[in-house]
Design a protein around this ligand. Structure first.
Ligand code: ATP
Length: 229
């Protein structure tokens, strides 16, 4: 399997306050990796740094053979990092379809494919994004990221705050994407749904990579120590 992403020992500060003290993460093409850890351990900061929305003071990030550590965020998006941020950002005053079309780049993912993945979006294609439920907005955010034809789909808090029926739809979409070979980096707190899906877990503890391994190797003792479960 060829390497897709390598984050090497990154350190990140917010002003004078250090948030990451040495995060390492590797993933190969077609892998699904869970980035885990209790609240405030650095998951979102790691994702923001990968997407160049935060700058690291030390360390490097390689994506698809490029050193992206100094690139602006739009270049990283062009290289194929498709982010679904925490809090899912869509254009509120555009329709569902306009949101999707505005994101389109490349030709693997089309409106038809996104609608096949999320039939609810097709049903609501003329609705303004700000009239959608939270779950539908999350589907739209995933659809928008897919329309960029990302080499890596990054989902931060994939199902947080969503109704159970919508969570089920998001999880089945993630399963479909994995089956289709999509590389995915995902943060979510629902371990019962997350663990069966992922190839690897990377656990952060106080801004450092504390443990990396397969979901099978994540014992109750480790889950208790690092995730408080
Ligand atoms: P959560 O699960 O709660 O989203 P997280 O694992 O994603 O947490 P981060 O949001 O990356 O963690 O936060 C890592 C550390 O950086 C925390 O100590 C947090 O308080 C701090 N931090 C995050 N964003 C900022 C910011 N904008 N300014 C200052 N400190 C911040």
């Amino acid at each position: 399997m060829s390497e897709l992403l390598r984050i090497e020992n990154i350190e990140v500060f917010y002003g004078p306050s250090q948030a990451l003290f040495g995060v390492d993460l590797k993933m190969g093409e077609g892998e699904v990796v869970a980035l885990m850890g209790r609240n405030g351990m650095g998951k979102t900061t790691t994702i923001r740094t990968l997407c160049r929305m935060s700058q690291q003071k030390r360390g490097d990030i390689f994506f698809a053979g490029h050193n992206i550590a100094k690139l602006p965020s739009h270049k990283v998006a062009q290289l194929g990092v498709g982010l679904v941020p925490e809090g899912r950002r869509c254009f509120p005053n555009l329709t569902v379809e306009e949101n999707l079309v505005a994101a389109a780049r490349g030709d693997v993912w089309t409106l038809e494919k996104v609608y096949a993945l999320f039939p609810r979006l097709e049903e609501r294609h003329v609705q303004l994004a700000n009239t959608l439920s939270g779950g539908e907005q999350q589907m739209l955010a995933v659809g928008r990221a897919l329309m960029t034809n990302p080499k890596l789909l990054v989902l931060d808090e994939a199902t947080e705050g969503l109704a159970p029926v919508i969570r089920t739809e998001i999880w089945s979409a993630v399963k479909e994407l994995k089956a289709a070979g999509q590389s995915i980096l995902i943060v979510d707190k629902t371990l019962s749904e997350l663990l069966p899906l992922v190839d690897k877990c990377v656990i952060l503890e106080r801004g450092r990579t504390a443990w990396t391994g397969t979901p099978d190797a994540l014992t109750d003792e480790l889950a208790d120590r690092y995730l408080g479960i």
